[in-house]
Ligand binder design. Structure first.
Ligand SMILES: *Cc1c(COP(=O)(O)O)cnc(C)c1O
Length: 385
């Protein structure tokens, strides 16, 4: 292991200039609790940024998905369609509510939900007489899914969409901010996301009444009495006023972070895309990616090496690269659930998982560090060619 060089992380936090000032203000006025001006302002500023009517600041993106499902009345015995190619947090809240996920494959162009597979799932649902109560569409690696055909299918069957935009804050689809196309959208501010509050999330929607309910549930569903009075189940899901201060500072630099990540993507692309057997996840013509992570596939037959091997070799250089998400239908946790591949006998996400690799893409990555990464990837691929 090469310990002489500083470790290069996949996507580390990158603070701006204002975060500490907002935290200091919270300390100065003793707003340390999960209530206070930073929370209200963070909600307002994020809603303004993405152009939604409202927002609820929460302790995580997972909590935001959970409350979106609660808002839609998902419960025992219901089914929910969900992208298979995602992080497990997209699907787990379905089970929290006693419902069953049904997984939908990706398409090759966007790596996101495949409209063909979604259509087949809906036709089966229609034939069985049991429609899903919601569809969770995930926007992976900073890019929106191809929403028009997905929205068209869901509108036809009158089923609401929850957009898991945990990774795509700041991206657009046909000019519209990612996360604002479905009935609900969620963002995550976990440590490795494009902006972070260390832990945190946001639920957005144009349905203010639903958002007020979610805010109520997020603080233990205390009814308006002068003693503790409850009629519904609630959660301890509110974001703290301290962390909301970090979020406000981070939101101010989001556009800069996107610019830098785009530059990083372009450099990787210029240096590596002409190698045989390498395919980048490209920015789709329908919108802007926030380029959260640069991801690509390495074909083991053409290259003679593999994503796994390249990750191990980078690790020896103290560089953190990672495999892409392992699809939900391949997880022991969810292997009993129904799954709709791209075509009946062809699963796209299986291949993406086998060959995909995420390269370090943090906005604080230096040129020299990126040159080192490129050097070792190239060396491995060219040595086997
Ligand atoms: C990070 C992430 C989440 C979960 O967000 P947390 O804030 O970590 O709870 C959900 N979905 C996707 C696709 C993610 O990448």
């Amino acid at each position: 292991m090469n310990r002489s060089s500083k470790r290069i992380y996949l996507s580390p936090p990158h603070m701006g200039e204002k975060e500490q000032q907002f935290i200091k203000e919270a300390f100065d006025h003793n707003w340390i609790a999960p209530v206070g001006p930073n929370i209200n302002l963070f909600e307002r500023e994020l809603a303004e940024y993405v152009g939604s009517k409202g927002a609820v600041a929460l302790s995580s993106g997972t909590a935001a998905i959970h409350l979106a499902l609660r808002c839609l009345g998902i419960g025992n015995g219901d089914t929910v369609f969900c992208s298979t190619f995602t992080f497990v947090a997209s699907a787990n809240p379905i089970v929290y509510e006693g419902a069953e996920p049904i997984f939908i494959d990706s398409d090759l162009e966007t790596w996101n939900m495949c409209p063909l597979a979604l259509e087949r799932a809906f036709i089966d649902a229609k034939n069985s007489g049991k429609f899903p109560k919601a569809v969770i569409v995930v926007n992976l690696y900073g890019q929106s899914a191809n929403m028009d055909p997905i929205v068209k299918i869901c509108e036809h069957y009158n089923v609401p969409i929850i957009e898991d935009a945990a990774e795509s804050l700041g991206a657009t689809y046909k000019g519209k901010p990612s996360g604002t196309i479905g009935k609900f959208g969620i963002y995550s501010f976990n440590g490795n996301k494009i902006i972070t509050t260390s832990n945190g999330g946001m639920l957005v929607s144009d349905d203010i009444e639903a958002l007020n309910k979610a805010r109520h549930w997020s603080t233990q569903a205390k009814d308006a009495f002068n003693y503790y009075h409850h009629t519904e189940i609630g959660y301890n899901y509110r974001l703290s006023n301290i962390l909301a201060g970090i979020g406000r500072g981070q939101l101010m630099v989001l556009d800069d972070r996107i610019k830098v990540r785009r530059k990083i993507f372009n450099k990787y692309f210029d240096e590596l895309s002409n190698l045989d057997g390498i395919e980048f996840l490209l920015e789709a013509p329908y919108g802007n990616s926030n380029h959260w992570l640069t991801v690509l596939t390495i074909d083991p037959i053409i290259t003679g090496t593999s994503a796994e091997k390249v990750i191990d070799l980078l690790e020896e250089q103290n560089i953190e690269a990672r495999r892409v998400w392992k699809p939900m239908h391949l997880q022991p946790l969810y292997s009993h659930c129904k799954y709709y591949p791209h075509e009946n006998s062809r699963s796209i996400s299986d291949v993406l998982f086998a060959n995909g690799i995420c390269l370090p893409s943090g906005s604080n990555l230096t040129m020299e560090e990126q040159d080192r990464i490129i050097h070792f990837v190239k060396k491995e691929i060219l040595s086997k060619a």
